[in-house]
Write a protein that binds this ligand. Structure first.
Ligand code: HEC
Ligand code: HEC
Length: 232
């Protein structure tokens, strides 16, 4: 049994040691924040983008860094997942991409505001978050990685716009998203005319389809059609 005074010293010393540890670790964490958040990349655009994020209550539907509401997708890594072109199109007019189906709000942002939001998402996406959010390990999303599949176009041989916008939802050579069907061998299944019409307006070809109408130029469509027709 400890005497009363020994118990008091034990309590005091124990408390002081724990407080000292706590303060030490807090200082250490705060010291790491600038490097982990890449504070040097905090441009004015990024800050304005954050203001837009707050002012429009995007967190009423989305989470960022895990915080917010669970109605709409987590956006911490959206820059990496979707790329700037996809985000620009969606922020400009979500309905045009997902006619009648989706609840992402059309905010009528100016182009400058969209740039600021994209800069903000890019900055958030580059933070070192100790591995949050975990990457899905079933599919490899890396766009730049080269695959080894025989006869399958390597990432570097594909049209730029393909790597920018299509891999988010489609796989090719085992890489990409699983929202749509794989595009391996798509040239065997579909004719060039069908592919071109599909890319121009998927819902016109197949009402109710889940493939969005993407902001593709005529040149993009010609290039993508030629490329996809060769995937046999
Ligand atoms: C009323 C709810 C709601 C609000 C508010 C909202 N969003 Fe969304 N957002 C959605 C939904 C739902 C989607 C999913 C779109 C889809 O794929 O159907 C989405 C998708 C997105 C995406 C694409 C995510 C992805 O992985 O494809 C981005 C980027 C985005 N929202 C940004 C914003 C920003 C920035 C704001 C605030 C200015 C905002 N959202 C406010 C509902 C909302
Ligand atoms: C947001 C997700 C999404 C994106 C981004 C997307 N697609 Fe799709 N795509 C789909 C879905 C879902 C389907 C299946 C649609 C259906 O059958 O209703 C599909 C179907 C297709 C088909 C028909 C495939 C078949 O075997 O019938 C082609 C071709 C295609 N997409 C090409 C593209 C190209 C090229 C891009 C980039 C410019 C692209 N997609 C971007 C979701 C997407």
């Amino acid at each position: 049994m400890l005497s009363k005074s020994a118990a008091r010293s034990f309590f005091l010393v124990g408390t002081l040691v724990c407080v000292a540890f706590f303060i030490g670790l807090t200082v250490d964490t705060l010291g790491r924040v600038p490097a982990q958040t890449r504070a040097q990349n905090l441009t004015d655009s990024v800050k304005l983008g954050k203001k837009l994020w707050e002012k429009n209550n995007c967190m009423g539907c989305h989470t960022l860094l895990g915080e917010g509401a669970y109605y709409a997708p987590e956006l911490t890594r959206v820059y990496e997942r979707r790329g700037p072109q996809f985000m620009r199109a969606l922020l400009k007019d979500p309905q045009a991409m997902y006619p009648g189906e989706r609840k992402m709000v059309k905010y009528n942002f100016t182009d400058a505001e969209i740039d600021q939001l994209i800069a903000f998402f890019q900055w958030i996406g580059e933070m070192d978050l100790n591995g949050f959010p975990p990457k899905p390990h079933l599919v490899q999303l890396a766009v730049t990685a080269t695959s080894t599949g025989g006869g399958v176009a390597q990432a570097s041989d594909r049209p730029f716009v393909f790597n920018q916008m299509c891999v988010a939802c489609h796989t090719m050579g085992g890489q990409g998203g699983l929202v749509g069907p794989t595009l391996d061998g798509v040239g065997k299944r579909l004719t060039a005319d069908y592919i071109a019409a599909w890319l121009r307006d998927p819902a016109a070809v197949k009402p109710g389809t889940r493939m969005p109408r993407l902001p593709l130029t005529d040149k993009d469509i010609t290039e993508l059609t030629a490329f996809l027709s060769q995937q046999k």
